[in-house]
Design a protein around this ligand. Structure first.
Ligand code: SF4
Length: 163
């Protein structure tokens, strides 16, 4: 039974920077849950960051540029949290390796989990195309990353790979 990696906040876990969740009510996710397919991760919390924690954004770049050491992840008050984000991404990748996971559903717009768009680093609410650090690392290693708006597509990809 193929497993799928899912952002903990999408599963209703209160792990977001503001102490909240981003729970999705979705029949496919419920089926995955009953089939025992779900592996949950919150890269930031797994890396030891607190709940709540200051909001953070990738400054002038995206997840790939963080992985390349070109830009940093910065908290709103100026603290540099790049290493925490890199550690969280590694933990997520290790989970994929441990459970032979090649499909992930991660929360859009997050500097860790975003897979199509993220905030631009100005803390003004402006979004730009790009990936978070975890999404970028997983994709670099062949994991297909979807967001919470593409769960049906993720399911198709999962079923296509299932044995
Ligand atoms: S790091 Fe990912 S799983 Fe954790 S709260 Fe942010 S979006 Fe959700």
């Amino acid at each position: 039974m193929r497993k799928v990696l899912i952002s903990g906040c999408l599963l209703g876990k209160k792990v977001r920077y503001d102490g909240g969740a981003l729970a999705v009510a979705d029949q496919i996710v419920e089926r995955w849950r009953s089939e025992g397919r779900i592996v949950s991760v919150c890269p930031e919390v797994e890396a030891g960051m607190s709940i709540p924690r200051p909001p953070a954004e990738i400054f002038n770049g995206s997840g790939e540029s963080v992985l390349n050491g070109e830009v940093d992840v910065i908290e709103k008050d100026g603290g540099k949290v790049t290493n925490d984000f890199l550690a969280g991404a590694s933990i997520a990748l290790n989970l994929c390796r441990k459970f032979d996971i090649s499909i992930a559903v991660l929360a859009e717009f997050s500097p860790s989990c975003g897979s199509s768009a993220i905030y631009d680093g100005s803390f003004s609410g402006k979004k730009v195309p790009g990936m978070g650090v975890t999404a970028a690392l997983l994709r670099e290693h062949g994991v297909q990353v979807f967001n919470q708006y593409k769960i049906a597509e993720a399911d198709k990809a999962l079923i296509g790979k299932s044995v």
